[in-house]
Design a binder for this molecule. Structure first.
Ligand SMILES: Cc1cc2nc3c(=O)[nH]c(=O)nc-3n(C[C@H](O)[C@H](O)[C@H](O)COP(=O)(O)OP(=O)(O)OC[C@H]3O[C@@H](n4cnc5c(N)ncnc54)[C@H](O)[C@@H]3O)c2cc1C
Length: 289
């Protein structure tokens, strides 16, 4: 017989910690519910005891911490899109948020939910990867900070323990002169899960690339950094030849699958084309100055 669902609605972070410590492993966190309700509707949600964290204001808000912004886990896409701090210092996150669902999902879906849901197609994740974000994770045992790029341990698996939750993401600000980039390729411009999604950041030193970070989604079991392609590009002069080499390298570096949304071949080619788009924008930007 199916158990009657229970829902706890704490008002403080300490109440969340206490509830998770007491029922470790048997309590499912609900934030905006936009991923969980899809599962419930498809009868794929195993849990029957829920911890609704929506009323805990300590998990909201965007604050300036000098070289980085701290974004509370319950911050919604609408809040990210509207926040002057995000617009100024993490423009790729605004671009990503605008592509997520429609307004209803943007009003309710949270950054923390996108992170912990751990879909390789989560649209905010390549931005957090490219920006070298860190996550604040909390429990009654204390808080710890984990590099975003070390948070996922495999397909839909994370380092979170059963009594922990994500409290906030700490995202370094884009630096003066640094270019950032976001591009999502789906079947249509709105309400589409990506076939590939990329975010990148680069700093030029005259004609050569001083630094570059490339985060990609939907091309591997988890969001990934294209570290081999980054190594090819760093320190090199940005020429059409180099762009072609990078296009080929990144197409081989990703490990996509063929699924309902796309084929492996298409994903490899388009990953190369999207990187080419970013690198050409850098050249055109330099020529325009
Ligand atoms: C119509 C529709 C369109 C969508 N379009 C997109 C899209 O274009 N791009 C995209 O990336 N996603 C999309 N989504 C998915 C979803 O909206 C996002 O992943 C959203 O960010 C999830 O946030 P949430 O707060 O609703 O998560 P929830 O559904 O509440 O939770 C998701 C998971 O994360 C866990 N969780 C949530 N917050 C925390 C926390 N702070 N600490 C620990 N665990 C936590 C929950 O236990 C659950 O396992 C779409 C969903 C729908 C229904």
């Amino acid at each position: 017989m199916r158990q009657t669902p229970t829902v706890q609605s704490p008002l403080t972070l300490n109440e969340i910690y206490a509830a998770l410590a007491e029922c470790a492993g048997d309590l499912k966190i609900i934030a905006g519910g936009t991923d969980l309700m899809v599962l419930a509707n498809a009868h794929q949600l195993e849990a029957s005891n829920f911890l609704d964290i929506w009323r805990v204001d300590e998990l909201r808000g965007i604050s300036d911490e000098g070289d980085a912004l701290r974004i509370g886990a319950l911050t919604t896409y609408t809040q990210l899109i509207r926040a002057p701090l995000i617009q100024q210092f993490i423009p790729a996150l605004v671009a990503a948020s605008r592509t997520i669902g429609a307004v209803q999902i943007q009003n309710r879906g949270t950054l923390g939910g996108n992170i912990v849901n751990a879909s390789p197609a989560g649209d905010s994740l390549p931005v957090l990867a490219a920006y070298d974000a860190a996550l604040e994770i909390g429990s009654q045992r204390g808080t710890r900070r984990v590099a975003f790029n070390e948070f996922y341990t495999g397909y839909r698996r994370t380092v979170l323990a059963a009594d922990e939750l994500v409290i906030a993401a700490r995202v370094p600000k884009v630096k003066a002169g640094e270019r950032d980039f976001f591009c999502k390729v789906g079947t249509r411009r709105a309400q589409a899960i990506s076939k590939i999604v990329m975010s990148a950041k680069a700093q030029m030193n005259a004609a050569s690339i001083a630094s570059i970070q490339i985060g990609i989604g939907s091309v591997a079991p988890t969001v990934m950094r294209a570290t081999q392609t980054e190594a090819l590009l760093v320190g090199a002069t940005l020429t059409p030849d180099l762009i072609e080499q990078a296009r080929q390298m990144i197409a081989n570096e990703v490990t996509p699958i063929t699924d309902l949304r796309s084929t492996e071949h298409y994903r490899r080619s388009v990953t190369g084309n999207v990187l080419t788009k970013f690198l050409r924008q850098i050249i055109e930007g330099a020529e325009a100055r």
